[in-house]
Design a protein around this ligand. Structure first.
Ligand SMILES: [Zn+2]
Ligand SMILES: [Zn+2]
Length: 382
């Protein structure tokens, strides 16, 4: 943290100098207003969407706000749920609704391999879901090999992402921060290439490991003896990066049951993550369809002849879009500019996931990362 702040303070001088230039570029970083979702695929692949934030710290550990601050910020940002995960502490023992927002109970633990975020567990109504936190983080990377010790992987973590940026990005972000915190934070978001590479390697073996995005929100930056700043704010992070989960139905549930359903959807990979401050991704759909039926992220379809086709639909963000279909172990198998629906005949059995980026000039900035769906060979019993 000290190192970070030396960097930050050094950046301030540069930031002031570059403020004028950068303010001219602000328009490019503007979050786009909400777009409307096009019609989706068969309902079976994505029935009910809930939107939330994972990995949030409060004053129970090194965060700067209370549970009420978190709930109000989440309400403000339009979230349905937040997973509160303090370091070795649970300010809440059972899931609850505050300000209309579901608070999912969890904890962040230090283990020999790194940090693991645990959702569910005792008194929460859900079995434990163990998530390897900030696997490529500059301070506490995940040191374990393979998939031992966790059920899911943070493929993107805000706290890791903003620390690995160069001074130039930092200076720009600081200059923007005064006027447009969201745009400033968006500037710092990169495609998490190393974590995606780790994820794809895991996806080639056995049951797919869900990939999740975590805000790792603290709303607190320490300044050593000078105290602390309430930055970056919960509200801005909750608008920035969100997990979208699909529940099987829209039934009203008690908080403990709703939290269990959210954790279960994450465990099954019935989810995608999106940098919604770029454009609202609600209504995004990915599905494979063939003679064997239909499957979305977190689901499995049997290979067939003719081959199943993969479709992707995203809400129109009002900007150029690039859709990339990734086959684990092989990399991109299809890349298409434009938000039009795909109907890609799949090249063979495998694990497929989708990345959607917004094109800014020649640069593709990440927008949506979906969990994979799996196409398997027909078994001996068909
Ligand atoms: Zn951590
Ligand atoms: Zn954390």
């Amino acid at each position: 943290m000290k190192r970070l702040f030396r960097r930050l303070l050094r950046g301030v001088g540069l930031a002031a100098a570059s403020a004028l230039v950068l303010s001219l570029a602000t328009a490019a970083g503007d979050p786009h207003p909400l777009a409307t979702a096009p019609a989706g695929p068969p309902d079976a692949t994505a029935p009910t969407e809930r939107v939330g934030a994972l990995h949030v710290h409060t004053r129970a550990s090194d965060g700067g706000g209370t549970l009420d601050d978190v709930a109000e910020a989440a309400l403000d940002a339009g979230l349905d749920f937040v997973a509160v995960t303090d370091h070795h502490a649970r300010p809440l023992t059972t899931p609850a609704r505050r300000a209309g927002v579901l608070l999912v109970v969890g904890e962040e633990l230090r283990v020999p391999d790194g940090h693991v975020v645990v959702l569910g567990g005792a008194a929460t109504g859900a079995p434990e879901l163990r998530i390897a936190a900030h696997p490529e983080g500059p301070t506490r990377p995940w040191r374990g090999a393979g998939r031992a010790g966790f059920d899911a992987l943070e493929v993107w973590n805000w706290d890791s992402d903003w620390r690995d940026d160069g001074l130039r990005d930092w200076a720009g972000a600081l200059a923007l921060l005064m006027w447009k915190p969201e745009a400033a934070m968006l500037r710092l978001i990169d495609r998490p290439a190393a974590s995606l590479e780790r994820w794809d390697a895991l996806l080639t073996e056995g049951e797919p490991v869900p990939g999740l995005c975590a805000v790792d929100a603290h709303q607190r930056v320490t300044l050593g003896a000078a105290g602390a700043l309430p930055f970056p704010r919960y509200r801005d992070l909750f608008r920035l990066a969100r997990m979208h989960v699909w529940l099987d139905d829209d039934a009203p549930r008690a908080p403990v049951d709703e939290a269990a359903a959210v954790v279960e959807a994450l465990r099954r990979g019935r989810a995608f993550c999106a940098f919604d401050a770029r454009a609202d991704s609600r209504g995004t759909r990915v599905w494979a369809a063939g003679p064997g039926g239909t499957a979305g992220p977190g689901q499995t379809l049997v290979w067939s002849d003719p081959p199943p086709t993969l479709s992707v639909r995203v809400p129109d963000p009002g900007k150029p879009v690039e859709i990339v279909v990734v086959r684990a172990g092989e990399g991109p198998v299809h890349r298409v500019p434009g938000p039009e629906a795909l109907a890609l005949p799949l090249p063979g059995p495998g694990v497929y996931r989708v990345e959607v980026s917004l094109l800014r000039g020649r640069r593709a900035v990440p927008w949506i990362l979906t969990n994979p769906l799996r196409i398997v060979e027909a078994g001996p019993e068909g």
